[in-house]
Design a protein around this ligand. Sequence first.
Ligand code: SF4
Ligand code: SF4
Length: 314
Amino acid sequence: MKRQVLRRWTRAGFFLLFVLAPPLDLFRLDLTQGHFIFFGMDWSFGLAALANGEISATRAALKILTLGFVPAVGFVVFGLWLSWRYGRLYCGWLCPHFSVVEMINSAMRRASGKPSLWEKAPLPEQESDGSHHHKDRRYWAVVIVAVLGFALVWAVVLLTYLLPPKMIYSNLIHAELTRNQALFIGVATLLFSAEFLLARHLFCRFGCAVGLFQSLAWMSNDQALVVDFDRHRGEACKTCTQACDNACPMRLKPRKNKRHMFTCTQCALCVDACEKVQAPGESLLHWQPGGGRSRQAPTHFCGSSADPAQRHQP
Ligand code: SF4
Ligand code: SF4
């Protein structure tokens, strides 16, 4: 799928940016100097100059307004507009945490047949969309390595957002981390490991403020981009393994209406799964700008207890 290839590239690119932003001085907060660094420039808003009596209070206030407040508000307003119009695009197409969610979900499904430990029953090994997910317990090793590896990377990277990256990487390579640096990395690795193993998509659904505000903006717009379900052709789902539900990394049921899809990340994996099940151009799910007026699924399968979608946990 071209869309998923593109999404892989955007996520990989943003993950790289997330890791490289501090060492390249693109963005970080340097606690040793007490100010932000933004594209190689010291972003102190003139506070040091004010303290040294080099500029007046009015000039410092103007600097805070123009260099801090205005860009920050502009950034937030633009982000909210994007979410209002297109939903949680940041989550599905860029967020480095969601990349971890998808990778570990996929390895865990391979290891246990379930994309998360909280799924009640294993998903089908053979999907109607043609994909195979052969269970292989040896993949637990991949899950553990991925969980610990990503947790360590996240812990180290976060520290480089606070302390000079050169110092952190050099201390790490030469095993000369200070007690506090080692403590930060150790505790953060432990916490991230627990989160990545037990609660990755749950954090995206219930714990992330960035996701929450995107969802709120999106829900407030009836005309926003949404994954729409062609309910008039719902009969076609009867012979399907519910490939769309099984593909969803957030463990949502993509055929339900928008209010049940509050945390949809617009990853379009459900759309692509259905496109593979149905004949070309016959998908029952598609991106629909304008609120998706046909999303209320017919009750004959959507509310049925036989619906495999009912197996899903939050
Ligand atoms: S919408 Fe498509 S993928 Fe989902 S259950 Fe129906 S036929 Fe299957
Ligand atoms: S409902 Fe579809 S687009 Fe939304 S998160 Fe799930 S798979 Fe992605």
